[in-house]
Structure formats: structure tokens, C-alpha cells
Ligand binder design. Structure first.
Ligand code: ATP
Ligand code: MG
Length: 201
């Protein structure tokens, strides 16, 4: 079984994530793509990240209609910061028969070399780097046989931009799935002082 792994903060999930996952699923004939929302993201500790349970539920809502998409709690249920090495190790333990394909955007790809246990990562998964508007997709410094580069439809969307838009009352329709727009509104996410403190809804 060929299993795509789409890791991310998903704060919130948007159509850039979904298009990238869908395109790679098709290009590589993956049986499934599992979305893995991070726990406490170690690279983003300088800013407040929405509670993991909200990010997880928005990811479930966004992926529910695609029979090949699933969501894993493996990172949000593990205490402490999320490292991709732990994500892939846990997924391999859970799915020993699966061949893993880790999908990552051009911006995150450039940072891989700084990740914990980078040498061990190549044994756990094939890395798929996807194009992202505004970032250069180059595998420099990464082992060419371990990173496959793929062009995906350009979606100039970021979670940062979505959060800013919500904060300033600008629309996010069509940038994120309808259910995610409604979830953000229902829980007053990304509004100053508005974040629902009940992470365990
Ligand atoms: P933030 O602005 O908070 O960093 P983000 O939009 O970059 O959010 P992440 O959750 O950080 O989203 O990204 C998860 C993964 O999805 C990363 O590998 C990232 O490169 C990739 N990705 C995010 N947005 C896009 C996009 N528009 N096109 C292609 N890949 C994307
Ligand atoms: Mg990002």
C-alpha cells in the first residue's frame, strides 16, 4: 500500500494543502493520503497556534468528502514539539506494510536539512517536494534520489494570510472549504481575544 503523508500546522487547512495532496495522490497513484496536524510546532513557537483540537477538526471537515484522504492524531496526541522523524516513525509502526511518501511544499523542503534526525528520514519515506507560489523549488543540499519534485496547480494561499483576513474581517470563502469558514466563525478563531478557550469541544 502506498501512503502519502501530508504534515502541517493546518492553522487553518486551506485549498493549497488540499490541491497539493490531491495532485500528488493522482501523480503517484497513492492509495491514501493521511493528513497529520502537528502538535506544538517547534518552528512556530514564537506565535500562538490555535489549539490542536480545533486544527484537527478543521482538517477532518476539509478532507471528509475525499475517500482517499484521512487524518491522523499521531502528532497531536504525542506530548511535546512535533518532529517529522517521530511522525514517520509512528506511522511506520502503525502501518508496517505501507510505503510512505512525505509531501512537503517548496518552503518546507528548503528547511528539511535543519530537521532533527535528517539522515534517518530518507530511510523512512520518499520525500515529494511540491511547487508553491513565491518559493523556489530546488533540492539543493538534499539527496536527489530521495526527493522527487512535482509541479502542482499554483494556489497562492497561506494559513498566515487566511488568519490575517479573518482578523481584519475580510472574506476567506473559496480560500478554505466552506465547512472550515463556518467552523472558524462558530468558534471565533483568529479574532483578537476571540479564540474559544475550550479546546476539547
Ligand atoms: P503558515 O502560513 O501558518 O505557515 P501554511 O499555509 O504554510 O501556513 P502549513 O500548515 O505551514 O501551511 O503547511 C503544511 C504543508 O503544506 C507544508 O509542506 C507547506 O509547504 C505546504 N503548503 C502550504 N500551502 C501550500 C500551497 N499554497 N501550495 C503548496 N504547498 C503548500
Ligand atoms: Mg507554513
Amino acid at each position: 500500500m502506498r501512503l502519502g503523508v501530508m504534515g502541517g500546522t493546518f492553522d487553518p487547512i486551506h485549498h493549497g494543502h488540499l490541491v497539493a495532496a490531491s495532485e500528488v495522490q493522482s501523480l503517484l497513484d497513492l492509495d491514501e493520503v493521511v493528513f497529520v496536524p502537528t502538535g506544538q510546532p517547534w518552528q512556530k513557537s514564537e506565535r500562538e497556534v490555535a489549539p490542536a483540537e480545533h486544527r484537527y477538526l478543521m482538517t477532518v471537515i476539509a478532507t471528509a468528502s475525499n475517500p482517499r484522504f484521512t487524518v491522523s492524531r499521531v502528532d497531536i496526541d504525542r506530548p511535546g514539539p512535533t518532529y517529522t522523524l517521530d511522525t514517520l516513525t509512528d506511522l511506520r509502526d502503525q502501518r508496517p506494510d505501507a510505503e510512505l511518501f512525505f509531501i512537503t511544499g517548496a518552503d518546507a523542503l528548503a528547511q528539511i536539512v535543519s530537521w532533527k534526525g535528517v539522515d534517518k528520514l530518507w530511510d523512512l519515506a520518499q520525500f515529494i517536494g511540491v511547487t508553491r507560489p513565491g518559493y523556489e523549488l530546488s533540492g539543493s543540499g538534499l539527496p536527489a534520489e530521495r526527493v522527487v519534485l512535482k509541479e502542482v496547480p499554483a494556489m497562492a494561499i497561506s494559513s498566515t494570510d487566511v488568519r490575517e483576513r479573518v482578523r481584519y474581517g475580510h472574506p476567506v470563502w473559496y480560500l478554505v472549504p466552506d465547512g472550515v469558514v463556518q467552523y472558524i466563525g462558530k468558534h471565533s478563531l483568529y479574532r483578537p481575544g476571540g479564540t474559544d478557550p475550550r479546546a476539547d469541544i
